[in-house]
Design a protein around this ligand. Structure first.
Ligand code: FAD
Length: 366
């Protein structure tokens, strides 16, 4: 689909090679089997195309994409394969936090392993932000020792945990402050649990990780102890960031493109396709216009996420209704899009966004 934002021109970095990557990844994502498998081949394609360096500074061998490039890249990749793109976001989230470290040696070594694809890193940070927040006892405790930091507890969500060489995770100290550290999965006491069978994206092999009195050396401390270690003065690192909306928009774009194919054969569907396409374009424009203007803030991000969630839920259902019973069969793009759309109701979703989406379900008017 064309993009026609007043501010947006496709970033020069996204050449024909990127378009070939999109084709490869979308072909690998065909068929219901692919959904359950770790996307090893697609990951290899990302590696070959240099995508693993997207969120790594130039000085450490990465390509350090700006936010316009990153957002555009995520929309296009998520349209091709949500599972692969989701794994990439967790890898990139790890890179982002590793870069918070002030230890240049650590960054040089670890980024070298990550950009080359030799090692895989992921994050287990939701228990510090969105997950288990109603429980008074922290799920992971952190204690300072002479050897470094002792982490003990249960990290509820870690994508690709069983494949990870590193997990960026953290814990809560006795005084309520938090730390964030780089945990090597071969540290004693790190126990990834079997991946969970999920409504969608089971191939992301997401599961919990037990940390049984794991000692991390001081040099692996990334940040803290501070209150709300995931909150940065630059606004980076919160739940519901533009990245999460970019993925939702990518899945919506896939559903709307399929709807377009149907509408080309059945003009009665144009009255459904046209407004959905216009809505997609409106959100896309707002994303890139605010990025270009440098006016993005937390409340705009949340609003964009709320609209992207709503669009992906409705667009995928419109597609199913349009393609009828065929779309109800396992492996059809419509049933897959519907299941994938549900992910955005639970993944890194700030409470005001969840609440707004639920109010829409319940037809609660503002
Ligand atoms: C596929 C998938 C992959 C993910 N991958 C990662 C990852 O790689 N890294 C990462 O850090 N995070 C990851 N997450 C976590 C994600 O970002 C969210 O933090 C998570 O989905 C929040 O759900 P929860 O069940 O942990 O929430 P919780 O808030 O812990 O809710 C759990 C249950 O507690 C109850 N509850 C909730 N709120 C209240 C309340 N106020 N009062 C009383 N009871 C309450 C409800 O019954 C609810 O079902 C992933 C999530 C998914 C679905």
């Amino acid at each position: 689909m064309p993009e026609s934002s007043s501010q947006f021109t496709k970033p020069a970095r996204f050449t024909d090679e990127f378009e070939r990557l999109i084709t490869t990844i979308s072909e690998l994502a065909q068929g219901s089997e692919s959904e359950h498998l770790w996307p090893a081949e697609a990951w290899e394609s990302l590696k070959q195309a240099g995508v693993l360096g997207w969120n790594v500074p130039l000085e450490f061998g990465g390509t350090d994409l700006n936010s316009v490039e990153m957002t555009y890249g995520y929309i296009r990749l998520a349209e091709a394969c949500l599972t692969t793109t989701f794994v990439l976001t967790q890898f990139n989230a790890a890179c982002q936090r590793i870069n918070w470290s002030e230890d240049r040696n650590l960054k040089t070594n670890v980024f070298n392993e990550l950009v080359s694809g030799g090692k895989f890193a992921t994050v287990g940070i939701s228990h510090l932000t969105t997950s288990r927040q109603h429980i008074s006892k922290p799920t992971v405790t952190a204690t300072k020792t002479s050897a470094g930091w002792l982490l003990d507890g249960f990290v509820p969500w870690v994508t690709g945990a069983v494949h990870a060489d590193y997990i960026v995770t953290g814990g809560v100290c006795e005084d309520g402050t938090q730390i964030l550290g780089l945990v090597s999965t071969d540290f004693q006491g790190v126990e990834p649990q079997p991946p969970i069978d999920m409504l969608a994206m089971t191939g992301s092999q997401t599961g919990a990780v037990k940390l049984n009195q794991v000692t991390i050396p001081d040099e692996n401390l990334i940040a803290g102890p501070v209150e709300k270690v995931m909150k940065r003065p630059d606004g980076q690192g919160g739940a519901g960031s533009l990245t999460t909306s970019a993925l939702a928009l990518g899945v919506a774009r896939r559903a709307i493109s399929k709807l377009k194919e149907e509408a080309e054969k059945r003009p009665d569907l144009l009255e459904i396709f046209n407004p959905l396409q216009a809505e997609y374009q409106g959100i896309f424009d707002e994303m890139f216009d605010t990025l270009a203007a440098g006016t993005l803030n937390g409340s705009i991000s949340e609003k964009i996420r709320e609209r992207s969630n709503s669009l992906v839920l409705r667009a995928s259902q419109a597609l199913l209704a349009a393609v009828k019973g065929a779309g109800f069969v396992k492996g059809h793009p419509a049933e897959r899009a519907i299941r994938e759309a549900m992910f955005f109701l639970v993944w890194s979703c700030p409470q005001p966004v969840v609440q707004a989406n639920m109010r829409e379900f319940a037809c609660v008017l503002d």
